[in-house]
Design a binder for this molecule. Structure first.
Ligand code: NDP
Length: 260
């Protein structure tokens, strides 16, 4: 099915790795123009420049910390100027903080809410005037199943994720007709998990280690997801074909969630 993305322009934050990189790759393959940011400019360029693109699909790369409103303004404004507008935004940049509540400092709590909430407010503020000129504007916030199903040692991240899920619903009303939706992730095989595997110092292979975690967590499909398996639902929500979908969230967790 043609998703109607060719020639449209999308900004993706945290695009040098994992879910953001897979989303940027899928958009370029579908003929969309992509503006991509992350903090490490070298890693961003190395990750993106060799990606296959449909002829005509353009790439705008810029180092940008989503916590810095001026950098975000420059990134989003530069992309809109280069592409002649902006049709969508994927708020993906982020990470999680693993620590029991008792060991989480006030600064760490603040940093989690800064990253999950203010990163989104910064990009939304910068993108809104451009999105209002699009014929099919859409925002997708990359969130976590933790927003509805918190876990031990992830208290600050879970609470900040719940706040982002709530904020996403408000944005869908306040920004309409710009559509605003979430994808809520389970365990996805990206740099975050590779770093945790290395930190665990286990003798098991990565595959054995991750399969053990999937079994412990009761993931119905018995494995971690791949970044590509997240990129497809993100791109489907960005697509003009999803023109009546807003304020909703899609779980991409292989059956990890326990709520109905
Ligand atoms: P990765 O660690 O693979 O990639 C994170 C990306 O975000 C990198 O490009 C990184 O680049 C960028 N980034 C981080 N902080 C900032 C910042 N302040 N400003 C700009 N860019 C930033 O992560 P994933 O692909 O695993 O995660 C993507 C999203 O999905 C995150 O929000 C994560 O919390 C969420 N998620 C992931 C899960 C998983 O199992 N993987 C589960 C649930 C949610 P750089 O460091 O150069 O800035």
């Amino acid at each position: 099915m043609d998703l109607g993305l060719a020639g449209r322009a999308y900004a993706v934050t945290g695009a040098s790795s994992g879910v953001g990189l897979a989303t940027a790759a899928l958009l370029l393959a579908d003929g969309a123009h992509v503006a991509a940011c992350a903090r490490d400019a070298g890693r961003l360029a190395r990750a993106l420049e060799g990606l296959p693109r449909t002829p005509g699909a353009r790439l705008h790369i810029r180092a940008c910390d989503v916590l810095d409103p001026e950098e975000v303004e420059t990134f989003v404004g530069g992309a809109a100027a280069e592409f002649g507008g902006l049709d969508g935004l994927v708020n993906n940049a982020g990470r999680s903080l693993m620590a029991p509540v008792a060991d989480t400092s006030r600064d760490q709590w603040r940093a989690e809410f800064e990253l999950k909430i203010f990163s989104v407010l910064n990009t939304v503020r910068a993108a809104e005037p451009h999105l209002r000129r699009s014929s099919a504007p859409a925002i997708v916030n990359v969130n976590a199943i933790l927003a509805r199903q918190p876990e031990p040692r992830l208290g600050a991240t879970s609470a900040a994720r719940a706040a982002l899920l709530n904020l996403t619903r408000t944005l869908s009303a306040d920004l309409a007709p710009i559509r605003v939706n979430s994808v809520c992730l389970g365990l996805i095989d990206t740099g975050q998990w590779r770093r945790r595997y290395e930190a665990a110092g286990t003798a098991a292979s990565y595959e054995e280690w991750s399969a053990g975690i999937a079994a412990d967590r009761g993931i119905a499909l018995g494995r971690f997801g791949t970044p590509g398996e997240v990129a497809h639902p993100i791109v489907a929500l960005l697509s003009p074909r999803a023109s009546y979908v807003t304020g909703s969230s899609i779980d991409v967790g292989g059956g990890i969630s326990r709520y109905v």
